[in-house]
Design a protein around this ligand. Structure first.
Ligand SMILES: C[S@@+](CC[C@H](N)C(=O)[O-])C[C@H]1O[C@@H](n2cnc3c(N)ncnc32)[C@H](O)[C@@H]1O
Length: 335
């Protein structure tokens, strides 16, 4: 296949990296403050995707990047894109949750970046089954070698479990109704495709429920009724929150001590909450229960938080890249 073109019309450059200049600034690779630019650092991109963030890192002199991804398609695309950087870039198929055990020897990094969720290329590829707008198999696996897929859950899990998944990972208020509609439908025929599921979910929603009028303007914002269901199934299938928890527990140990920088970009409140609490815990000088009058744990902070509040995209970035709308960047430095 020629570079740049995919069977379904997706392009290699269809993914625009979010909060890229802000992330580079936290990694001390900002062109805006050249006096701070580090060169020659070694970075880990835990979610390589199309390689957009990695490319921005590699554009700085002598930097090196190790890029991880679960999805072999992402590794192929990014490797092709970043081939001009030669041996300064290395791609590894793996899960960022395994950072402490992955085959990297004693390697520590000047920066670790994780840009969570799915890429636009994954959404564009109908056969991956991530998009409720494209007809494709109900799959949603980032790692094609794992056995659990969305089809498996939707067709075989008890209705109560499906409702639980939709509520927990999608904060879907209609979770029970949707789960029961799914259970009724699958008694007649299996649910094999994205559009079958999207139509089923839509049929549960009264039209008025997903067309909200913005109070300050006459603009009608509409979230597709299947958005939360698809998000929930994707998070569950790929064990996304558990992976993030594991990364947050031990990933900092792979940062250069002191001074290595951790940047995490998340896209929904479930993820951002985990990052916020884990960073606070790692930065804390005391983890004693609040009813203990004076500290007995003498916890040693591992990081210092660089973002009091998460950094979000500018209106300009959101206009150019609507995916940036919900992005939140938190950064910390190893001490
Ligand atoms: C939002 S995209 C990253 C885009 C990338 N920053 C860029 O600029 O092109 C997220 C990528 O992370 C991968 N991914 C998600 N969870 C992962 C995990 N636990 N370990 C490794 N890769 C993961 C996905 O397969 C996807 O390719």
């Amino acid at each position: 296949m020629p570079p740049g073109n995919y069977a379904d019309g997706g392009t290699r450059s269809s993914h625009i990296p979010v909060l890229c200049s802000e992330t580079m600034a936290f990694l001390q690779l900002s062109d805006r403050s050249p006096e701070q630019v580090l060169s020659g650092g070694v970075y880990l991109d835990g979610t390589l995707g199309a390689g957009g963030h990695s490319e921005a890192i590699l554009s700085h002199t002598n930097t090196q990047v190790i890029g991880l991804d679960l999805d072999p398609m992402a590794l192929e695309i990014a490797t092709d894109r970043l081939s001009t950087f030669g041996s300064r870039f290395r791609a590894i198929r793996g899960n960022f949750a395994d950072l402490s055990t992955i085959e990297l020897g004693n390697q520590t990094f000047d920066g670790i970046l994780v840009d969570l969720g799915v890429s636009s290329m994954q959404l564009d590829q109908a056969e991956k089954g991530f998009s409720f707008l494209r007809e494709g198999p109900l799959d949603m696996r980032m790692n094609p070698d794992q056995s659990l897929s969305a089809r498996e859950i939707v067709n075989n899990a008890p209705a109560e479990e499906i409702a639980h998944i939709l509520w927990t990972f999608g904060e879907e208020r209609m979770s029970r109704k949707i789960a029961h509609r799914i259970a009724d439908y699958r008694r007649q025929q299996p649910i094999n495709t994205t559009i079958q599921l999207a139509d089923l979910v839509t049929s549960v929603y009264p039209r008025s429920k997903f067309r909200r009028r913005n109070r300050r303007s006459t603009h009608i914002s509409s979230l597709h009724p299947a958005t939360r269901t698809f998000q929930a199934l994707r998070i569950f299938v790929n064990d996304e929150l558990e992976n993030l928890k594991l990364l947050l527990e031990s990933g900092y140990q792979r940062l250069r001590k002191p001074g290595g920088r951790f940047c995490i970009i998340s896209f929904h409140s479930l993820e951002d909450r985990l990052v916020k609490h884990a960073f606070r815990r790692l930065a804390s000088r005391c983890l004693c229960p609040p009813d203990i009058p004076s500290c007995i744990c003498h916890h040693q902070p591992e990081i210092e938080i660089l973002t009091k509040r998460p950094v979000t995209a500018t209106t300009d970035e959101i206009t150019k890249n609507p995916r940036a709308r919900s992005a939140k960047l938190r950064a910390a430095i190893r001490i």
